[in-house]
Design a protein around this ligand. Structure first.
Ligand code: SGN
Ligand code: CA
Length: 558
């Protein structure tokens, strides 16, 4: 579709100057045309990221839950390109993760270690760099690094305020803030497609960042998806009623579905049959900002199920199981809109002959718990939140159906985009270009293990600060701060991470080797935050007592 236009533009450059006084020589004209062609050939980048989307809820990853709630459009990226089977974050939290993707650095280097901090927009980021090299750059959706991307070098942007709201969200643009009526996932998609269609200069390559709020808390589906999973029973994770034995930090968290979720705000439960008044709703604004029509449509679809559970008068274990089902239904229904959005973007690329020369990436800012250990939220270095979905399509460069086994991390995105755009990597970047592994074969010096560091404590959900290493089989974690707790898991025999074997004499040689490895990784990435690996902090026994006391204080009913 675009090629005839380009041919015409080229013809114009070749013919028009003939009547001008300073007409270029034929060789100059040819080189201008060559540069234009090269410029045109640089791949476009469509970087789609959702917020808190668990890989367990992406059907391309093959899990049981996602088979009941498939994501055909995200899967299409995987089918026509690559799926990364071992994709991890460096710090499982929104702000730090986004800063890592922009800078290619671990949290301690870019400095954004916890939510609520302000990312210094002047910090180097790949979007500004690629823009300076001739790309058009745009960001629509969640930013969450401070008020707005003003000054971060992103040319066009329209962002959700802070975490973003599902219905009629506040939108911040260079002109200021306003409430825009609609459903966040659809609005972000509309903004993106409008820009692609109407505002972008078709003669330049582009990088567009489409960053959704969904499926982040408080899990409000679009009206059209409210009933999508109401009739589906999801398999309950085998460790839903976890005892947390031997894992005091896990026992002390406050992210339990049946103990910590807000019944109104998160689970959308009502006070009593016949009433649409929500149960405990810590932030009433999420519902209060719906229009009367939206709220009426919501109530019409949700009331029967809410009345039924109120009439049933469930308690204890039964109620805990019901809450898991409600959480899954709502969470997965918000994912359905994200998948619709991915479909709209892929279809738009196709219809505009842009599929071939465009890299499409879908990922999330981190993983999420879908009831494993009884949890929602993320933060822990356990598998479900350490991993994040990652699929990437680039026809002609990535063979359809590629499965990448090499461990990759979100520090790798910035160097990947620069690499494909033909811009030299920067020394300060700590990741490596994924181009090196997308043929399914990792180079011999590719990383064999990954490093992780979580900081936000005290904070939401009370997850202790920790760092650790994960190899292809083992995981060693150290929780620190008001506790000093080491954990060791053999993922081959204990994929659910239920048995902390740190004191098991049989694994001491492996633990010792991993401690050295952890020390080496901290040195390699220049992370001196938190205690040194060799630092006993306080006596281990005291640390454990503190941790167990802390776990007691949390007082969950299990
Ligand atoms: C909010 C959520 C928390 C969540 C953090 C961080 N509460 O505070 O549950 O852990 O965001 O999420 S909410 O009810 O206000 O949504 S993150 O994705 O931004 O890291
Ligand atoms: Ca997030």
């Amino acid at each position: 579709m675009r090629s005839p236009l380009i041919a015409l533009a080229t013809l114009a450059t070749l013919t028009l100057p003939a009547c001008a006084t300073a007409a270029p020589s034929p060789s100059q004209a040819a080189s201008v045309a060559g540069e234009e062609a090269a410029q045109q050939r640089r791949p476009n980048i469509v970087f789609i990221m959702s917020d808190d989307h668990a890989y367990q809820a992406v059907s391309a990853y093959g899990g049981e839950i996602a088979q009941l709630a498939p994501t055909p459009n995200i899967d299409r990226i995987a089918r026509e390109g690559a799926i990364f089977a071992n994709s991890y974050v460096t710090n499982s939290l929104c702000g730090p993760s986004r800063a890592t993707m922009l800078t290619g650095q671990f949290s301690h280097l870019h400095g954004f270690t916890k939510n609520g901090q302000r990312f210094d927009n002047a910090t180097w980021n790949w979007v500004r760099e690629i823009g300076a090299a001739g790309y058009q750059t745009a960001l629509f959706g969640k930013w969450h690094l401070n008020y707005s991307p003003e000054g971060a070098g992103i040319q066009t942007w329209k962002v959700l305020d802070d975490q973003g709201k599902y219905y009629n969200p506040d939108i911040i643009t260079p002109e200021g803030r306003s409430v825009v009526e609609g459903y966040a996932t659809d609005l972000v998609t509309d903004f993106s497609i409008d820009w692609l269609e109407e505002e972008r200069d078709p003669d330049k390559p582009f990088a567009i960042l489409i960053h959704h709020k969904a499926p982040h808390r408080n899990f409000m589906p679009a009206i059209r998806h409210l009933q999508t999973y109401l009739g589906t029973e999801f398999p309950v994770p085998t460790n839903y009623f976890d005892h947390y034995d031997g894992r005091p930090a896990a026992a002390a968290q406050e992210m339990n579905i049946y103990a910590d979720m807000y019944e109104g705000h998160d689970l959308h439960m009502t006070e009593e049959a016949g009433s649409n008044a929500l149960r405990f709703d810590r932030w009433p604004d999420d519902f209060a900002r719906m229009t009367p029509e939206q709220r009426a449509a919501w109530d019409a679809q949700m009331q029967p199920a809410n009345d039924a559970v109120n009439e049933a008068g469930l308690a204890g274990r039964e109620l805990a199981l019901w809450k898991y089902q409600r959480y899954m239904k709502q969470y997965l229904a918000t994912v359905a809109a994200v998948d619709d959005s991915v479909g709209r973007v892929l279809d738009w690329l196709e219809a505009n002959d842009l599929s071939e020369n465009t890299i499409v990436v879908y990922t999330s800012d981190q993983g999420f718990y879908l009831g494993e250990h009884g949890w929602f939220d993320k933060r822990f270095m356990y598998e479900e939140s350490l991993r994040t979905p990652l699929v990437m399509r680039f026809p002609g460069q990535i063979a359809p159906g590629t499965r990448v086994e090499a461990p990759v991390q979100n520090v790798d995105y910035a160097p990947t985009f620069l690499d494909y755009a033909g811009i030299p990597a920067r020394a300060a970047i700590q990741g490596r270009s994924l181009r090196e592994v997308v043929d399914g074969e990792a180079p011999p010096d590719w990383r064999e293990d990954i490093y992780y560091h979580y900081y936000e404590y005290p904070g939401f959900h009370s997850v202790r600060a920790h760092y650790g290493v994960r190899t292809d089989r083992y995981k060693l974690i150290r929780f620190y701060g008001d506790i000093n707790q080491w954990e060791f898991y053999d993922l081959a025999t204990d994929p659910g991470e239920m048995h902390n074997r740190i004191d098991d004499p049989a694994v001491q040689p492996i633990v010792a080797r991993l401690q050295l490895r952890l020390e080496a990784l901290r040195a390699q990435y220049r992370d001196s935050d938190g205690p040194a690996v060799s630092d006993p902090l306080t006596a281990a026994a005291k640390g454990r007592r503190d941790a167990e006391a802390a776990a007691g204080i949390a007082g969950h009913a299990h």
